[in-house]
Design a binder for this molecule. Structure first.
Ligand code: SAM
Length: 232
């Protein structure tokens, strides 16, 4: 992959970055996303943050190779530590990690988010962790997207500051995605529901302990919750 030919997943993340944004891309392996956005003329300034040496060095090399060192600063740092107040970052992207890790990066770096107007998160799994973080920290969901690439399904959640409340189903599957009910969305929750049913059958044949009974109850609840959207 190179910054001209980005994955469909990262192109979709890029589409939610507003024209002229000052971007911090956290976990920016190769800095593919900032390079793509600068080359496309959509932004002129970005920070690429990485905590691991290998991906950090790949980002430095790629930015140099593309001749974008004036526009993109690559910094080694844990999460939002890579962002300085003087950067005046207004948009944060965090893509390609699990939802709980993205939520913990946002929590740990909360004081760096004062001037940030938009967060674009692309969790590979457990997107609900990001919705929970948003509600608890006075951010609201302004858009969502779901896509399939190489048989994997990805969700994108766009947050802006504000108060919002969501019911249990919306927290699990996403309020915007629930309204759109795209074919990929239905496929995702059919896949998840089939997996929950498989685990439930396995647990029903296991010895009955408090812990197993709690797990079975949780699975039954999720299967029922999602069941309603699969019969459309
Ligand atoms: N964002 C790119 C994408 O979506 O293709 C790269 C995704 S890659 C799977 C996740 C990257 O996040 C890795 O390069 C990893 O080193 C980095 N990472 C994980 N935890 C991080 C943290 N706390 N702070 C900064 N980078 C982190």
């Amino acid at each position: 992959m190179n910054s001209e030919k980005l994955s469909l997943r990262l192109v979709a993340v890029a589409s939610f970055v507003e024209e002229g944004a000052i971007l911090a891309d956290i976990g920016s392996d190769h800095a593919y996303l900032p390079c793509y956005l600068v080359k496309a003329g959509k932004i002129t300034k970005a920070i690429a943050g990485e905590v691991v040496k290998g991906p950090y060095e790949s980002a430095v090399k790629n930015v140099r190779k593309k001749g974008l060192t004036d526009e993109i600063t690559v910094r080694m740092g844990n999460g939002l530590e890579a962002v300085h107040d003087s950067d005046r970052v207004d948009t944060v992207t965090i893509a390609g990690m699990g939802g709980p890790l993205i939520a913990s990066i946002l929590s740990d770096g909360n004081e760096k988010l004062h001037n940030v107007k938009r967060i674009i998160a692309q969790p590979n799994i457990h997107a609900s962790s990001i919705r929970e973080w948003a509600v608890q920290n006075e951010w609201k969901i302004v858009d969502e997207h779901i896509l399939k690439e190489d048989n994997k399904i990805y969700e994108i959640i766009v947050l802006e500051k504000g108060h919002a409340e969501y019911d249990e189903l919306e927290m699990l599957v996403g309020p915007f995605l629930l309204k759109q009910k795209s074919d990929v969305f239905i496929e995702k929750w059919k896949r998840e529901s089939d997996e929950w049913k498989r685990v439930l059958t396995f647990l029903e044949n296991a010895e009955s302990t408090n812990e197993i009974n709690e797990k079975k109850e949780l699975l039954r609840k999720k299967i029922e919750l999602v069941g309603g959207i699969l019969t459309r």
